[in-house]
Design a protein around this ligand. Sequence first.
Ligand code: HEM
Length: 286
Amino acid sequence: MAKVEDLISRTLDQALSMESIEIVNDFALPIQSRALTHLLNVPASEGEIWIGWGIHVFKVTGGEFKEGTVLEQYLHRKFDEAEANPGGDLFSALVQASYRGRRLTREEMMGFANLAFAGGRDTIIHSISCVLGYLAEHPDALEYLRADPKRITLASEEFFRVFMPLTHIGRVCPAETNVNGVTVRAGERASLCWSSANFDETVFPEAGDVKLDRKPNPHVSFGFGEHLCLGAPHARLIVRTLLRLCCERVKKITIVEAQERLEHEAAFDRVLGYDLLKVKLERLAD
Ligand code: HEM
């Protein structure tokens, strides 16, 4: 936690000293990659490799793990190295892990690593960008949090609810079943539309409004049940720390240039965060 705080503190100070900064590529991506080195317990130099992959590294494959990608080659190399010489990092933990009395297959290891790398990448970058974009457009929100930083915990959950980066995730149905009157045959998919559930007006009063003190806030941005996101504490740490440091150091955020991102789905389009967000950060006087 101290390392992540130090990382965000230094990155924010650097941004405050600049005339303007592009948040998606030059602020959120470095924070996400470097914070991940602490979570996975790998050398800091690995973070620089991941930053070098850029923002679109997994987009060509639709955000999912596919054979032959830079990520697949990198992960195979890391698992080979960990098998030959295990250490204290995630790759070594996975090659040594056992499940029901057997070792994980390479495919299973790749699945876990893919979730940490691809699943935990855009989501964090998107959350950081959306939070800063929101604070720029709602200066009163920054003042509200600054007045009592204990408000940051509930506010973060509201940001995770409304800025849910993952529109939906599909499941393959193993057996024919009926979902709310729709027959899903064996092998077909049913999709869980998290972003829609987060705006369910029977659960969230004035679901379309951002209420920074919303409580309870049973959003499903990190999923639920057995597959609850393993990176949720890490995501919360990053967003809460960023908000706290913004309260302590940032007087005002002004948008210089913004290009919203459009997620194109077969059935609908969803405006989702930014492809580019250039802002000017002004330092709070001591
Ligand atoms: C704002 C950031 C994040 C969001 C919104 C998010 C969202 C989710 C969601 C919705 C699921 C459930 C998937 C399902 O049930 O099919 C999930 C699972 C998972 N996430 Fe995240 N995630 C975030 C960050 C991260 C990070 C930073 C990591 C790791 C570095 C991570 C690793 C995982 C893993 C390993 C799972 C699978 C858990 C399992 O199946 O047992 N996530 N995440």
